[in-house]
Design a protein around this ligand. Structure first.
Ligand code: FE2
Length: 257
């Protein structure tokens, strides 16, 4: 059996702190084989820096997935091509930086982790997530396939899961920052619409509440300030049977402050 811990969108400093705080306990409790996190909001809510990438690797993270904020920090262009454990959505502009598949070998099986983003309410996308993943699976065939679908719409996430559920063992949604309670196994595939965020809980999706209210009510352009409130931790644990290459269990984890 392969056990995967996938931690949802790490938002800013509080999210990073929550990850390091809860990992020792989760490592003991679940004894997972593979740790994947979504890090696209880890540098003050938008993007990732080299320093934060190194911090995650030092914590024992095996793969960092990204999303629509992949290129928000200029610094990312200086290290993304060398960041072996970082993947970015294949169908997001610019397409020619970094990679969208990370392959590891565990217990004699080739495991592929892939990152694509949805098209609905998402800017700067190129292909559909369907075409993007098909191309990745063709180029990087693996025994076990794990996908982070970084997308907004539940409909798009379900359609994607229905299309790939026989071929892919794990599809998790990220981006909305709100964990959905729909985790289930469909055919061979463990699925959840959204894993939820690891970031400031009493906030607006991790952002400073006052600032978001000012921008929404007074229509004033604001900065992008991340809340300093304590973080919620959101993740899923998925078990995949290595003999018949099917997902057999998915469990939601949510630790509130
Ligand atoms: Fe996002």
């Amino acid at each position: 059996m392969l056990r995967v811990l996938f931690v949802g969108d790490i938002v800013g400093k509080q999210g990073r702190k929550a990850l390091s705080k809860h990992l020792p306990f989760l490592t003991d409790k679940y004894n997972y084989d593979l740790l994947i996190i979504n890090g696209e909001n880890s540098a003050h809510g938008k993007g990732i820096t080299k320093k934060i990438y190194d911090y995650f690797i030092d914590l024992g993270v095996d793969c960092i997935t990204m999303g629509n904020h992949t290129f928000s920090k200029d610094n990312v262009f200086s290290f993304i091509d060398d960041a072996q454990k970082l993947i970015r959505p294949a169908n997001l502009e610019p397409e020619n930086y970094g990679k969208s598949a990370h392959i590891v070998e565990i217990k004699g099986k080739k495991i592929g982790i892939y990152n694509v983003c949805g098209n609905i309410f998402m800017e700067n996308t190129t292909k559909t997530p369907f075409e993007a993943l098909e191309k990745l699976l063709e180029k990087y065939p693996c025994d076990i396939k794990i996908v982070d679908l970084h997308a907004e719409a539940t409909s798009e996430k379900y359609a994607f899961m229905q299309y790939f559920k026989k071929e892919v063992q794990m599809i998790v949604g990220t981006h909305t920052h709100i964990q959905t309670a729909d985790e289930a196994i469909f055919d061979n595939c463990a699925f959840i619409c959204d894993v939820g965020m690891t970031g400031p809980y009493d906030s607006v999706l991790g952002r400073d509440t006052d600032e978001v209210l000012t921008s929404m009510i007074d229509k004033i352009k604001t900065k992008y300030t991340i809340s300093t409130k304590e973080a919620i931790f959101s993740a899923v644990v998925v078990d995949i049977d290595l003999s018949d290459l099917k997902a057999i269990n998915i469990e939601r984890i949510q630790i509130r402050p």
